[in-house]
Design a binder for this molecule. Sequence first.
Ligand SMILES: Cc1cc2nc3c(=O)[nH]c(=O)nc-3n(C[C@H](O)[C@H](O)[C@H](O)COP(=O)(O)OP(=O)(O)OC[C@H]3O[C@@H](n4cnc5c(N)ncnc54)[C@H](O)[C@@H]3O)c2cc1C
Length: 343
Amino acid sequence: MDFKYVILGGGVSAGYAAREFVKQGVKPGELAIISKEAVAPYERPALSKAYLFPEAPARLPGFHVCVGSGGERLLPEWYSEKGIELILSTEIVKVDLASNTLTSAAGTTFKFDTLIVATGSAVIKLTDFGVQGAGSKNIFYLREIDDADELIEAIKAKKDGKAVIVGGGYIGLELAAVMKINNYNVTMVYPEPWCMPRLFTPEIAAFYEGYYANKGISIIKGTVAAGFEANANGEVTAVKLKDGRVLDADIVVVGVGARPLTTLLKGQVEEDKGGIKTDAFFKSSVPNVYAVGDVATFPMKMYNEIRRVEHVDHARKSAEQAVKVRFTFTLFLRSVDQQLLVV
Ligand SMILES: Cc1cc2nc3c(=O)[nH]c(=O)nc-3n(C[C@H](O)[C@H](O)[C@H](O)COP(=O)(O)OP(=O)(O)OC[C@H]3O[C@@H](n4cnc5c(N)ncnc54)[C@H](O)[C@@H]3O)c2cc1C
């Protein structure tokens, strides 16, 4: 378990990084991808969209990367054909940059020369804030394919029921739409004066809110979910709002944001704005460690400041950029070595 390159995480950026490694001529046995998920890298955005459709839903292998950007679909066989070790269902619990090792939950040790951190984000849960009843069954969050599969089971079990969507960001909006398509009676709740407040102007938000209202989705603004009621089986039955209202619910989907997964690197690399600080080539403060996708805080020319970006296109492009840079550097070192040998 000793690799020249290891990608920690098996999501969007990992898949695009793998394709770029192959383009750059990585040799069989040099690259490993280690992922907590049980499936090869896929286009995560599908999970809140066609994956949840009641008819003709998207399913793997249909949306493995890189179809989201119109590229080749990298099936699990592709990785083996290219000699890339795809190590799935394996959670890394310790990263030690002093010894260049990763340790999995099962105790396996992986060594690397270069590490690309691509761990993405974890959802913020209402249980993190001690919201009463937030641990009840049928309260869902959406990040990985297993989360989506659990939601689909509940959608079937509570057929044509009532759904409350907590949060007015893109996850909230998409989930409200998809629950409506699944014939649920849908109510959205969020504290802001309009949906997607960080991105939408009031006018753009008004268009969407009107569109949703026309589809029969109720929107309650200016308040938050303050607690949940559950039945004897522990299943959610109602959402208690801070303003005193109570909404019946068979299913609750919460989309209140995500945090970059940087904890394994804490104290070992420089961080900024909640992410791993990198240069424009996605290299961290430790020379053989790169950070890509959601976890990278990188310089953005456009705003003339460093930022973290949770966006699928950024995940794809940062991954490709990091691999190109690492490879160019390695090839440069090889050529220097060869020239020294000649001398
Ligand atoms: C439901 C949903 C819909 C979205 N829709 C859109 C959209 O429409 N447009 C858009 O621009 N963006 C969207 N996004 C955001 C976009 O998907 C992310 O920005 C992108 O996936 C980030 O890529 P990443 O590789 O950094 O992380 P991810 O794709 O999240 O991959 C991280 C991977 O690392 C693994 N991992 C984490 N920790 C460990 C560990 N300790 N050990 C092993 N493996 C680990 C995870 O299991 C996962 O496989 C959406 C996100 C979600 C959740």
